[in-house]
Design a protein around this ligand. Sequence first.
Ligand code: GFB
Length: 320
Amino acid sequence: MTERVPSYRLAGKRIWVAGSSGMVGRAISRQLENENCELISVGRERLDLRRQSDVEDWMAETRPQAIFLAAAKVGGIMANQTFPADFLYDNLMIESNIIHAAHRIGVEKLMFLGSSCIYPRNAAQPITEDALLTGALEPSNEWYAIAKIAGIKLCQAYRRQFGSDFVSAMPTNLYGEHDNFDLQTSHVIPALIAKTHAAKTKGAAALDVWGTGTPRRDFLYVDDAAAAIVYLMQHYSDEQHLNVGAGRDISIGELSALICEVVGFQGGLNFLTDKPDGTPLKKLDTSRLSALGWQARIGLREGITRTYDWYCEQLANPNR
Ligand code: GFB
């Protein structure tokens, strides 16, 4: 990666990673350990981010200078379909409360994290940032997508009206350590890791994979995503949201085979075609991010191996 002089310095700053107990928030916090800044955090039991006055009071008291807005209600295709109200309401409230309070207390810089599902279902591939709001959304996750589009627009609006330095990054499908491995609510990689490990342990003949196996996704290891997000915080300031992806896609069938190899499961694949496929193809164009001097470092096999190792450690030591 080309080293560039940061336009925003994190060293010595009080920084709040909102959502620091989630997979992405934890990875950003790990990344910030190298930046010589002061990290502040608050647990969900102390502050409900959906409650405006509580958020305003806590932020006025703690006065972060920079914020990574990684707090969100997230989940895989089934969770999105099962809890549409939570995905829309929780996410609208969390982002509105934090962005508005950040403006009120004069936060120097805020990075809002969205998702690649903001783009139209049939967007041309790879998907450029300009595809936003050019077509209908994928129905399985439109509630989440609408909330995330509103977050981008909030950042743009506060920038235009008040000159706030609020920027937005749209990561692709992320995975890694501290992911959610619950089979009903998780994304595909943790679900397949957990299912493949269970199939191997039980000596099952085949692994159940939802859908047809033909949808294609662009997966990025969470530490790569966190590195990109921290890099953008330091080097980017514009109302244009930016894609964060690996820039390579793989079908769910190929992904399943790769996970079987990493886990060491030799049975077959059983595609459950009554389960939803979701978007047929989702691969981000990352030219704008690359032009800023950033690129992914961790390949899919390596990322899955790291995630599987972490999962096995958790099974062995659940309280760690
Ligand atoms: O990761 P995933 O749940 O989310 O599913 P999306 C990706 C693909 O993997 C779908 C298939 O085609 C699923 O049918 N799949 C196969 C499985 N087996 C499984 C399984 O056991 N569990 C799961 N979860 N999927 C999400 C959005 O969409 O993408 C979110 O719902 C967010 O809101 C996220 O935007 C990035 O990629 O379809």
